[in-house]
Design a protein around this ligand. Structure first.
Ligand SMILES: [Zn+2]
Ligand SMILES: [Zn+2]
Length: 363
């Protein structure tokens, strides 16, 4: 049922690094094929924070142009209820008014080499909700363009739990890149929102031993709740030695890196066995220096990257709907739109105060 939609709304607007402002703006009107959603929840991502702090990946440097845009509403980990849209838009996404949907972060162009080959998550122009060309969901309403990839999510879930589908799908894609076998010893570095998704995803593949690493013992406890069999704290344990003990001296079969901390890279290369698999999900704030010959001469490793969560959304949503993810523990903080600055500060606080911080724009 079409509800009464106001003409103005509250939204966070990006004016530049460290300059995000809460403003009153027009509620967008859906054009032909577009949907309007009333935003229920939007997670704050580490990438939102990197953009906020002015990282070169977003705002450019001597070698690259800015990719993020001023004037955009941030927020890409969202769910909302479809409140307006024409038949074309509804049919295209397979939804009806009143359905709850989550959207993939990327809005593919459907024209570039990658899109034409089905590799849409590597789309050349790389337009994304909340960063470039499409407003995100730190607002009461947002538009879903026809090229967006929308997925229905059960109304039964709490909104901020449902919005965890975005980071979880990314983590599941990284897990799939690893091609885990039943006999494997799998090590996940990091128990933040992505690392916990890596653990939960790897648990579904049921390897022989699943190991989680983090510098914070409380996060390691969360890692166990997500399915880790064994946990080590690199600040206290000699992780390479512990993994060697677990594997008759050979080393782990698979290493999934989700910390974004540079020492985690060398750690992974050192704790893997020969012919092992390293999957990198993180985005780093600075260059990483390692002995690259470990990859070639010493161990002949498979080193794989992972970006976004292509083809993993149905699985991520299923895991959430089945209650297989301890989202009550993962989603630690929910704030209103007026407290967006507090939300960014909570994500920036590395003392372990928060795991997933969410904004509920209509609460
Ligand atoms: Zn994200
Ligand atoms: Zn494309």
């Amino acid at each position: 049922m079409p509800q009464s939609i106001p003409s103005r709304m509250q939204a966070v607007v990006v004016h530049g690094p460290e300059d995000y402002r809460l403003e009153e703006v027009d509620v967008p009107t859906p054009d032909h094929g577009e949907l309007l959603i009333e935003v229920e929840a939007v997670g704050v991502c580490a990438s939102d924070l990197k953009c906020y702090h002015g990282a070169a990946k977003f705002w450019g440097d001597d070698n690259r142009a800015a990719w993020a845009q001023k004037g955009v509403i941030p927020g890409h980990e969202f769910v909302g209820v479809v409140v307006a849209g024409d038949r074309k838009g509804l049919d295209h996404h397979g939804v009806e008014l009143g359905d709850r949907i989550a959207c993939e972060q990327i809005v593919p162009c459907e024209e570039c080499r990658y899109c034409r080959r089905g590799q849409y998550w590597m789309c050349g122009p790389h337009d994304m909700f909340g960063f470039r060309n499409y407003n995100g969901a730190m607002a009461q309403y947002t538009l879903v363009p026809i090229n967006a990839r929308a997925h229905k999510v059960s109304h039964e879930l709490k909104p901020h739990h449902a919005a965890y589908a975005e980071p979880l799908s990314c983590a599941l894609h990284a897990v799939e890149r690893a091609s885990i076998s039943f006999g494997d010893v799998v090590v996940v570095a990091g128990c933040g929102p992505i690392g916990l998704g890596l653990i939960a995803g790897a648990r579904q593949k049921n390897p022989m031993t699943l190991v989680a690493l983090d510098l914070d013992d409380d996060k390691l406890e969360l890692g166990r709740q997500c399915g880790a069999d064994v946990t080590f704290n690199p600040a206290k344990d000699d992780v390479v030695a512990r993994i060697a003990e677990l594997t008759e001296g050979y080393g782990a079969d698979v290493y999934l890196e989700g910390t974004g901390a540079t020492p985690a890279v060398g750690q992974g290369l050192n704790l893997l066995r020969k012919l092992g698999t390293y999957v990198e999900y993180s985005v780093f704030g600075s260059d990483v220096t390692v002995d690259w010959s470990i990859i070639s001469d010493d161990k002949e490793l498979n080193v794989l990257g992972a970006h976004l969560g292509p083809h993993c959304w149905p699985a991520a949503i299923k895991l959430l709907e089945q209650g297989k993810i301890p989202v009550e523990q993962i989603c630690t903080h929910q704030v209103g739109l007026g407290e967006f600055q507090q939300a960014l500060d909570l994500v920036a606080d590395t003392s372990g105060a928060s795991v997933k911080v969410s904004i509920l724009p209509n609460k």
